[in-house]
Design a protein around this ligand. Structure first.
Ligand SMILES: *Cc1c(COP(=O)(O)O)cnc(C)c1O
Length: 220
């Protein structure tokens, strides 16, 4: 099942769109199956769970952090991930920058946009993206390489389209500023039920879980 799912998605996605296997709550064996079928990037939401899984899977694929990063997990995250997709505050950026300096590493980050302005969601409000990225552009050990958004979840993915459109607009605007140390390369939008709409609106990273691994037991 996993193999067919991955192969179908890889065939369907247009060139230039990269597939992140959102692997929360999946076993190392399931992840290995996805990798064998062609997955090149694993997304994990929880640092501890990721540590466990990555010990088994190793470094043969890239590792993206896609959950909410707590400051007390930053040191570990910096050691085990290749990209943080969910940078959402200046204090978190400070903590990441310091931890990366200690590791002598530059971490690529995406800034998470709360495109639906949802109170219960993490991410930065659209109008606060530019000031935050201007601040981040001065950091030595993190490098902004794009934006990520979840967007509100709907049964009908068409309803997510305006939020993807708005995020793309912000992406292009920031890109046009040519800020130092900022390279707007990646736009991470779309999940199992919304990736087609997201890709149509300009996503070039899609994060897909259940369409690869099957339905999860717990919804989160
Ligand atoms: C779980 C998760 C996904 C994938 O969700 P599916 O609906 O299973 O495809 C994508 N992005 C984030 C941030 C997630 O937590």
């Amino acid at each position: 099942m996993i193999k067919e799912n991955v192969q179908r998605l890889l065939k369907e996605l247009p060139e230039g769109v990269q597939l992140v296997a959102a692997a929360k709550a999946r076993t190392a064996q399931e992840i290995e199956e996805a990798i064998a079928a062609g997955i090149k990037i694993i997304g994990e939401n929880y640092v501890q769970e990721a540590e466990r899984v990555f010990r088994a899977v190793g470094r043969k694929v890239k590792r993206h952090f896609i959950g909410h990063l707590q400051k007390n997990k930053v040191n570990k995250a910096v050691k085990i991930f290749d990209m943080i997709e969910t940078l959402d505050s200046a204090p978190l950026a400070d903590a990441l920058d310091k931890a990366c300096a200690r590791e002598n590493k530059i971490m690529p980050v995406l800034v998470e946009v709360n495109s639906g302005r949802e109170k219960q969601k993490f991410g930065v409000l659209p109008e606060q993206i530019q000031p935050l990225i201007e601040e981040l552009s001065r950091k030595q050990h993190i490098k902004v390489v794009g934006l990520m958004t979840m967007g509100p979840q709907f049964g009908d993915p068409e309803q997510a389209r305006p939020y993807f459109k708005e995020t793309k607009k912000i992406f292009e605007r920031i890109k046009g500023l040519s800020l130092p140390n900022v390279e707007m390369q990646y736009l991470s939008m779309g999940m199992s039920n919304s990736y087609q709409v997201a890709v149509a609106e300009g996503a070039n990273l899609v994060r897909i879980g259940s369409k690869i691994f099957g339905a999860r037991e717990s919804a989160d």
